[in-house]
Design a protein around this ligand. Sequence first.
Ligand code: GLA
Ligand code: ZN
Length: 742
Amino acid sequence: MLFFVRNCGFFMRELSVKIGGNGKNMRRKKILYGGDYNPEQWLKEPEILEKDIAYMKEARINTVSMGMFSWAMLEPEEGQYRMGWLEERIEQLYRNGIFTILSTPSGARPRWLAQAYPEVLRVREDRVRQIFGERHNHCYTSPMYREKVGRMNRELAKRFGKHPAVVMWHVSNEYGGECHCPLCQEAFREWLERKYGTVEALNDAWCTTFWSRRYSSFAQAESPSSIGEWELHGLTLDWKRFVTAQTADFARHEIAALKEEGITQPTTVNLMYDYQQLNYDELAKCVDVVSWDSYPVWHEGEDIVPALDQAMQHDYMRCLKHKPYLLMESCPSSLNWQRVSKLKRPGLLTASGLQAIAHGSDSVMYFQIRQSRGASEKFHGAVIDHYGGTDTRVFQEVKAIGEVLETLEEIKGAAVKADVAVIYDVENRWAMEDAQGPRNDGLFYHEAAMKSYTAFKRLGLNVDVISQAQEIEGYRMVAAPMLYLFRDGMEEKIRHFVAGGGCFVLTYWSGVVDETDRCFLGKTPHGLTDVFGLRRAEIDGLYDGEVNGLVLAKDAAKILGKDDLAEENGRDDLVREKGKGDLAEEKGTAFADRDFRVKGYECRNLCELLEVEDAQVLFTYASAFYQGSPAVTVKAFGKGKACYVAADAKQRFYDDFYAWLAGQEEVCPILEGEIPAEVEVSSRTAGEWEYVFVQNFSDREVDIRGLNFGDDIEILYGRGDLERLQAYGSVIMKRKMEGEIS
Ligand code: GLA
Ligand code: ZN
């Protein structure tokens, strides 16, 4: 078997060498373990700071991230820098074997700055300037903000840029939001002029003749606003792109200031879960390492559902650079900003930490080490809570995880190899969700991506989650749910992929508009109707609760290897018992028609009507005036396969359909055998070794006898019963890879 090695852990290995180079050889390969630490809140209580260090050591914490909200303490008055306290902390931690990821403090400006220079404060989309307060309340364009941040960063870099205790720069904190101030408007106009060159080109791209919105100069351009223009889709899309560009430019400005002082450490920005206001592709390009903050909602149903949702985000973050990344924040106990602050069931913290490692993270980090005493996060979970002792349930689990991570050092830097990918693209989402139609009550893009992702995971595969800007060559299967917007050349990329032997699954509402959200004229999905052998004719939006179904088309049973069904079109064999299939379904939907349920797969929300030319029809619609018309097709094109799914089908459909496709494409699971519904299987590889993670995301013991581990395995974690996984239990094993590495 040939393995495709796509991802490499070069960077983190460099980091290891750097740490090793400081004479701390025993720490060379450590997985980073620790979290956000805010000693500035405790400077008047030295005994607490002392305790913190002792506790961290006890919990095997080896890294903290500091400084992200310290501006007021680092520069209490304009130009008066007070960095001694930070240096003292960094060095004391270092003497105790704890490294620092040092943050620049631009995520929250001090009061004096906003007072002296009101231009640094943000202007809302309704053109109201905010007053001082909160975090993320500053303009990324403001020359004054840039100057002050640049100066602060240079001061920090001078002092810590070559400090052996500082292993990385954490640039700002969770960049996000947007500003509509006059400075940003001006920058937007310049950005538009650079992009379009002439006003005529802008008018064409945005279709401004519609409702008389033509521009006669770039000076007339304004950001979208609820009190003005918010329905000119070309504008709203470009504005979001501009916000990303401006944020990335600000990040580059921050990093340039650090580099001017010759920092020797790598940089990162901490990204957020499924964040929709920025295109993270662009932010990732600014830094050396990607990191992110994970805060799932657990215990609100079957935990495998949030577990797979997190898994998809982990994979998305890894794929931003296709190399190991860091889990920068996660909550050691209950959160305080979700609807309900739920305690993590014993074992779940361990499972979710190990899941990060399984997906390519080289760290497990928490927000926060010590719980703050006041203000908005005083009840946010922490390693050390207000009680202040180590004899707490949470501390003990944190400590146990620290001990486990020390035994897994060899996994650090290992790659994740995936033969399949899901395209999940934020620009596409921006355009689609602003589009007005075909379903303003919800298009469910995230859910659609999750269905493909979940189906792949249930087959026991590693999955890459990529934007459409990324390379797809080299994968065996690629799923592109709802790829409404095609960037220039996307259709060629897909055509080439399929012609060369890949299997591509495209769904309803794909290839509809170009890069500036103008509808493609002629047949759609644009540029691909010969590849898929069909064209989209119409799309039907379904009301909430309304259902249609997919039933096996005539002759399709043979193709799908369901010969026994040939006469009986779409019988219950294709529908699994309630249970596995239902775990990842959206909440609150009932089967409208029980009888229908056993005859096919339910679909909802959107049903596209197709005109099929030369594709094989596998499923047809079960009802409505388009009953019997094609809903799922496959066509051999070149050396590959082009599949089209025309409706928003339930998870069960994707599970079965991808199982069939994966069989055809000979995509190999990490482990042979049946994966229980509650279990996730993933792997990382380094050299000739593969590290396989089998994790139970449920509060019940799960029988894993159906999985074939092979004979030649070494158990690294979870020794004991290979037949049953305890509640939230994991097994991590090591085996030699078969086949050759390319
Ligand atoms: C984010 C921030 C942290 C903290 C946590 C709380 O991730 O980066 O500073 O506010 O949320 O969950
Ligand atoms: Zn601004």
